[in-house]
Design a protein around this ligand. Sequence first.
Ligand SMILES: Nc1nc2c(ncn2[C@@H]2O[C@H](COP(=O)(O)OP(=O)(O)OP(=O)(O)O)[C@@H](O)[C@H]2O)c(=O)[nH]1
Ligand SMILES: [Mg+2]
Length: 204
Amino acid sequence: MGSTISELPSRRTPLADAADTGLKIVIVGGFGVGKTTLVRSVSEIRPLNTEELMTQAGVGVDETTAVAAKTTTTVAFDFGRISLNERMVLYLFGAPGQERFWFLWDRLFSGTLGAVVLVDTRRMNDSWYAIDRLEHHKTPFVVAVNRFDDAAGHSLDEIRQALALPDHVPLIDCDARVRSSGKDVLITLVDYLYTQAMAQETTP
Ligand SMILES: Nc1nc2c(ncn2[C@@H]2O[C@H](COP(=O)(O)OP(=O)(O)OP(=O)(O)O)[C@@H](O)[C@H]2O)c(=O)[nH]1
Ligand SMILES: [Mg+2]
């Protein structure tokens, strides 16, 4: 596949010897919400991206109205890695956002401990499929709102209501282009997974 790999960091951070806990995390959400951007900005290795140029063939098939500047799209998945501390490593899988590639999602969820649902407030409806599949697989998830510059300033409370998210599901703002912001999202997810695991342990 003639994938274009651009703007990749040249760094290659070796995995720490002490790393003994690897967690598989998926990044899901609608078309063009910034999944590939998030994996790229946080990954400490050169991420694998399967981006293809969007062509005339997609006109009328792909819904590009809100992302007119977008020129490529993920056709398989993104892969990256980030060490949260000496011992804990996250393996990140970014899902393809376009409906015609959704059949890949269920396979991508296999062995996943948790997920990030990226949301663009201009196209909230595109988040339903992701939330539905995660609930179906009983995969714990957090929701991160990727604030695009031209997005109306909906509050997190309004977004929680619109997505009918239960109170226990963490909901935060992020900028997928900023490494520290992406890292905060992942830390929120790991904290949430930890709290859930602890709660299950204490439940008789
Ligand atoms: N202004 C702004 N642009 C962003 C932000 N996040 C991503 N982008 C841009 O939005 C476009 C879409 O980002 P991608 O990361 O390709 O989105 P994706 O969810 O992987 O898209 P698909 O894989 O095609 O579903 C890119 O041109 C990014 O540079 C953001 O927070 N703000
Ligand atoms: Mg992508």
